[in-house]
Design a protein around this ligand. Structure first.
Ligand code: ARG
Ligand code: MN
Ligand code: MN
Ligand code: MN
Length: 304
């Protein structure tokens, strides 16, 4: 299959600069060659241009309620990510979005859910379910799932909600950091949660299979969102919001291999984003290298 690489060097959603260099670092880690070894044909679209905001006030253009920093910039980028993802799918190609911070996923989910009922798997330490009203930080990278589901102030926008994505088709894998008000939202919602503790008890492959059952039930395809802070910070130090106690190198590969096994059998994957790689905080580009390796695993790369 043909994979179209869409670089989205966004950092307006994060609290630390540097994550805008993620796409370059992942490319530099031989993403294209690794995808080739996975048997897919990569076409690199290059990077979307980012609005300049050095001189802008992060608190300008706030939503009607709450706090969401640089929301106008995030909207601008996500609209373009969404259009690019939708056009890629319409051409029969597979969109691979390289972040940038996790707010780019608002765009990839909206684009991928335009013409299909979408399920999603969220590999992340965090729930990313804050709304502008509940966010303790105001950073939009902590909000993409709430945005895609139209929660809180996002429900009053036309660009954020993903047209055909339901909470009941979304599963977290490896969750271990939830803000207090996110926990309430999560309890009321129909999202499925597999925490690190589920992985400890049952093993990552079996957890991923369950997550896939959730994301494929009644849907046309699955979006995979891979936030590199899902991994343990010892393995993936180049992230802005590290949380100890994440998955190991082996577990991460096993998880994405479980995905690709199911994909080989049932052709379930529809779109992927790989986000939150911050080269400034990284050590020897190892987090970006991991991102490239794990992406190749998702597309079916095998040792033998
Ligand atoms: N929950 C925190 C917040 O909302 C951290 C979110 C981190 N998200 C991420 N995609 N790295 O600010
Ligand atoms: Mn359908
Ligand atoms: Mn995260
Ligand atoms: Mn995230």
């Amino acid at each position: 299959r043909t994979v179209r690489i869409i670089g989205a060097p966004m950092d307006y959603g994060a609290n630390r600069r540097g994550v805008d260099m993620g796409p370059s670092a992942i490319r530099y880690a031989d993403l294209a060659d690794r995808l080739g070894e996975a048997g897919v044909e990569p076409i690199d679209d290059g990077d979307l241009s980012m609005p300049r905001a050095e001189e802008r006030d992060p608190d300008a253009d706030q939503p009607t309620r709450g706090n969401a920093k640089f929301l106008r910039e995030v909207e601008d980028v996500c609209r373009r990510v969404s259009d690019r993802v939708a056009a890629t799918l319409a051409d029969g190609e597979f969109p691979l979005v390289l972040g940038g911070d996790h707010s780019v996923a608002i765009g990839s989910l909206a684009g991928s859910a335009r013409e299909a009922d979408l399920g999603a798997i969220w590999f992340d330490a965090h729930a990313d379910l804050n709304t502008p009203e509940t966010s303790p930080s105001g950073n939009v990278h902590g909000m993409p799932l709430a945005a895609a589901l139209g929660y809180g102030a996002f429900g009053e926008t036309e660009w954020a909600p993903a047209p055909r994505l339901r909470a009941s088709s979304i599963a977290y894998v490896g969750l271990r950091s939830i803000d207090e008000r996110e926990r309430e939202l999560l309890r009321e919602s129909e999202l499925t949660v597999f925490t690190m503790s589920d992985i400890d008890q049952r093993g990552v492959s079996s957890v991923v299979e369950d997550a896939l059952s959730v994301a494929t039930d009644g849907t046309d395809g699955v979006h995979v969102s891979l936030d590199l802070d899902w991994l343990d910070p010892k393995t993936a130090p180049g992230v802005g919001t590290p949380v100890r106690g994440g998955v190991t190198y082996r577990e991460a590969h096993a998880a994405l291999e479980a995905l690709s096994r199911r994909d080989r059998a049932d052709n379930i994957l529809r779109s992927i984003d790989v986000v939150e790689v911050n080269p400034i905080l990284d050590e020897g580009n190892e987090t970006a290298t991991l991102a490239a390796e794990l992406t190749a695993s998702a597309f079916g790369k095998r040792i033998f």
